[in-house]
Design a protein around this ligand. Structure first.
Ligand SMILES: Cc1cc2nc3c(=O)[nH]c(=O)nc-3n(C[C@H](O)[C@H](O)[C@H](O)COP(=O)(O)O)c2cc1C
Length: 290
């Protein structure tokens, strides 16, 4: 047993028992607070037990109070500031001709490690392409890939199999959203870059195919990243067609150096925005069941 409770200083308040999401801690027959040996393997190491313990008696293996925990800050963003911040963020698809320093992208991505995650968060990998030339190199392949989407939808047999393989949700997104945009020639490079929108930098979230929770984790991480971009004065947009092309077109995968065994879940374009104002949102109805 590597996790333990320091009996000498435990006040037996039992808060650790209450907060443990996996019920790994109990009061034994002698009313001592202990970790349950048979449950140690399911400990998530979320450290909520350490975070709540008034006397710092709980010890999770490899975690230290001085190095890994910190006091909650006394301030907090109030609800008005928070909603103002969110309401002023929109997807930015128009960028100044100005490179983004690596350090700013690094800062933006630090936000990701504060995101909630499903099992094995470390399995999501992040690749930054801060090189417009490399992004441009991928565009003809992505444009061709989007032409292929049109041909696939217009071919009943290909469509039938695509639906079976990709599932209804993805198929409907392609058919009802991407197909009409692509069919009208939107991604044709003659009309300019409507794929990466002239962005100076691109971030790709990817993971080994089949890795636990990697799709959800990547989507949450990319959401945090676009919010962080907004806080840093950058503009960002999630671009799924780039990640889809990475998965289907080997040239795109190679340009962005995404490992063969990995699947790209989301890509985010970033750059300096040009907008002067934000657009109001329509609030959707919420069902309240009481
Ligand atoms: C899962 C997902 C995939 C997206 N893929 C694309 C894309 O391929 N191309 C694009 O221009 N925008 C893409 N977006 C951005 C959305 O179009 C954008 O978030 C939406 O229009 C709402 O606008 P807002 O972000 O300004 O509020 C994507 C967004 C999400 C959440």
């Amino acid at each position: 047993m590597k996790n333990y409770i320091n009996e000498g200083i435990c006040s037996q308040c039992k808060l650790c028992i209450k907060v443990c999401p996996c019920n790994c801690i109990e009061a034994n027959a002698q009313d001592e607070i202990v970790f349950i040996a048979e449950r140690e393997s399911i400990c998530l190491k979320c450290c909520q037990c350490m975070a709540i313990c008034p006397s710092k008696a709980v010890q999770i293996d490899g975690v230290s109070y001085s190095e890994d925990l910190f006091d909650l800050p006394g301030y907090n963003v109030n609800e008005k500031e928070f909603l103002n911040f969110l309401s002023a963020r929109r997807s930015v698809r128009n960028f100044k001709d100005k490179p983004v320093p690596d350090e700013l992208i690094q800062k933006m991505l630090e936000s990701v490690w504060y995101a909630p995650f499903g099992s094995h968060p470390e399995k999501v990998q992040i690749t930054v392409i801060n090189n417009r030339k490399k992004i441009e190199k991928s565009l003809p392949y992505i444009a061709k890939f989007m032409d292929g989407v049109v041909s696939m939808i217009e071919n009943p047999i290909a469509s039938f199999f695509a639906k079976k393989i990709a599932g209804k949700e993805t198929f409907n997104t392609i058919k009802n959203h991407l197909y009409p945009i692509s069919k009208i020639g939107n991604y044709n490079l003659e009309y300019g870059d409507r794929i990466s929108r002239g962005a100076p930098a691109l971030v790709i979230f990817h993971a080994e195919k089949g890795a636990e929770a990697h799709t959800n984790n990547s989507l949450i991480y990319s959401t945090y990243a676009i919010l962080a971009a907004h806080s840093l004065g950058l503009g960002a947009t999630m671009i799924e067609i780039i990640s889809s092309a990475i998965n289907k077109v080997k040239e795109v995968r190679n340009i962005f150096q995404i490992p063969e065994e990995n699947e790209a879940v989301m890509s985010v374009i970033i750059g300096y925005p040009k907008y002067k104002r934000a657009v109001k949102r329509t609030m959707q109805e919420i069902d309240w069941i009481k």
